[in-house]
Design a protein around this ligand. Structure first.
Ligand code: ADP
Ligand code: GLC
Length: 486
């Protein structure tokens, strides 16, 4: 039976994206729409989004809506447009007082209000649309207050009486923790009994924790991560709570939008190719090296890296390991990313230290991300932890076998190459140590030197199917479970 499903998130690609969150929210929403569900999505009308040349339409009955948040009040209006290639309407919450920054995230004092208002706007819009969602689906800390708002400020409204809430945990490393006083500013002071008492007593209020307590269902983005976050090592202090809710926690591996990420149809790359004919990959590799001005010897393997530059992604290991490879071996490194300054500086240092061998682009660049996925020989993703990860799945499709650590979604989506059975899709190491990564890169380079084995490895990866149409069935199953709970 078709469901009415509302997604609310801080990122939805192509409107607002800093990482995988945007891709995943768009992918799930689009695939649910294709399955016949009535899907609507909510996103702030960030200033840079408002400037995009897209057909945003103002909704006349969703204009100048005033919301009280503690002592303050905010007024917002809604603009809408279709999520490209979908049946999903995206509702953009226009509130310049909160979304005037030139970036999606800020470290300003009112960050909690920016996302608190997004949650409130979802309810306010549903009320004015007379639209009763079966599922309110929150993503990460930014929208994790949806469940508690349903049970507090909107508990009186029959429109939401049958609504069930889902919270997807994309990354426990970002809990959205603020001073306890913000609870009042968010309108939750009269509902203190619904909040985490020990936290409040300790002077804290966490969006994510509040969501963990009250969401009817918790999902995370891979099966392995669903297990890992119940351990102290990966739980970021939330493992006990997650163990207590284990019956309501499922791991669903992310999907890939192959409409965007396929070497057969990629509009960004210089030459398209497929598993049947990989000659276009070699041409793309040469074009990439020429584009970035690296020396092109006939077979020096190209290591590719596209990432937010954070400790999560294993950069400490990379900097312990890469200089030695770059010094002793004829390899190239093409890296794209921005984030923590210390890692940006280290990549810039590698580029200066190994001229002709290393090229680094600091920043965010969609086109270059596609070029690297296609033009590199080996993709590096040695994450310390990885809830799911998309780049390793993209690299599989582009015939660029990944070197990954066996954690989270990397463990669920990359299979170790077996030289005897010739099965497997990449190279995995277990321990987060330089020796582990060194072994994995070294193994990858050895296999790469054997063209026949390498072709087989590439084909194995390219044949994998992580499409959303497949993965979305798991979300449907989870939603179905919620309805039975009624
Ligand atoms: P995370 O969400 O933790 O950053 P994922 O692997 O799930 O990791 O998703 C990362 C997404 O962000 C991919 O689509 C990747 O191509 C993109 N990405 C990351 N950094 C950049 C960058 N500097 N330029 C372009 N795309 C980037
Ligand atoms: C997070 C995770 C990443 C995941 C993405 C989308 O940012 O770090 O592993 O793929 O969300 O779910």
């Amino acid at each position: 039976m078709p469901l009415r499903i509302a997604h609310a998130a801080a990122e939805i690609t192509p409107f607002a994206k800093t990482g995988g969150l945007g891709d995943v929210v768009a992918g799930v929403a689009r695939a649910l729409g294709r399955r016949g569900h009535d899907v609507r999505a909510f996103l702030p009308f960030y200033a840079p989004v408002a400037k995009l040349d897209l057909p945003f339409v103002s909704v006349d009955f969703l204009r100048d809506i005033e919301v009280r948040m503690g002592e303050r009040s905010f007024t917002f209006s809604i603009f809408t447009t279709r999520l490209p290639a979908s049946s999903v309407d995206v509702y953009f919450v226009h509130c310049p007082a909160l979304y005037h920054h030139d970036r999606i995230y800020s470290s300003d004092w009112d960050e909690y209000l920016r996302f608190g208002l997004l949650c409130r706007a979802v309810f306010e819009c549903c009320q004015r649309m007379g639209w009763s969602p079966d599922v309110l689906h929150a993503h990460d800390w930014h929208t994790a207050l949806l469940p508690v708002y349903q049970r507090s400020l909107y508990a009186w409204d029959r429109l939401f009486a049958n609504t069930r809430t889902v919270l997807t945990l994309h990354n426990l490393g970002y809990p959205g923790t603020f001073a306890a006083g913000v609870a009042g500013d968010l309108g939750l002071a009269p509902h203190g009994h619904l909040l985490h008492r020990d936290d409040l007593a300790a002077g804290r209020f966490s969006f994510l924790k509040t969501g963990l307590i009250w969401a009817d269902l918790l999902t995370t983005v891979s099966r392995t991560y669903a297990r890992e976050i119940q351990t102290p090592e990966h739980g970021f202090g939330l493992d006990a709570m997650l163990r207590a809710r284990a019956d309501h926690l499922v791991g669903i591996v992310n999907g890939v939008d192959y409409g965007e990420w396929s070497p057969e149809s990629d509009p960004y790359i210089p030459q398209r190719y497929s598993a049947a004919d990989l000659s276009g990959k070699e041409a793309t590799r040469q074009a990439l090296l020429a584009k970035v001005g690296l020396a092109t010897t006939p077979r020096a393997p190209v290591l590719g890296l596209v990432s937010r530059l954070t400790a999560q992604k294993g950069f400490d290991l990379l900097f312990d390991t890469l200089p030695e490879f770059l010094f002793h071996r004829d390899v190239r490194l093409v890296a794209l990313g921005s984030g923590e300054e210390r890692y940006e500086s280290l990549l810039a240092w590698l580029q200066v230290t190994f001229p002709g061998k290393v090229w680094y682009y600091r920043g965010y660049n969609e086109e270059l991300a596609h070029w690297i996925e296609a033009g590199a020989d080996i993709f590096l993703m040695p994450s310390r932890y990885e809830p799911c990860g998309l780049n390793q799945m993209y690299s599989l499709r582009y015939g660029t076998p990944p070197v990954v650590r066996r954690t989270g979604g990397l463990a669920d989506t990359v299979e170790p190459w077996n030289p005897v059975s010739r099965q497997g899709t990449g190279f995995l190491f277990d321990h987060f140590t330089p020796e582990g990564l060194r072994w994995a890169i070294d193994t990858a380079l050895r296999v790469q030197a054997d063209p026949e084995a390498w072709r087989q490895l590439q084909r194995n990866g390219m044949a994998k199917d992580f499409s959303w149409d497949r993965q979305v069935l798991e979300y449907e199953k989870a939603y179905g479970r919620l309805r039975r709970q009624r």
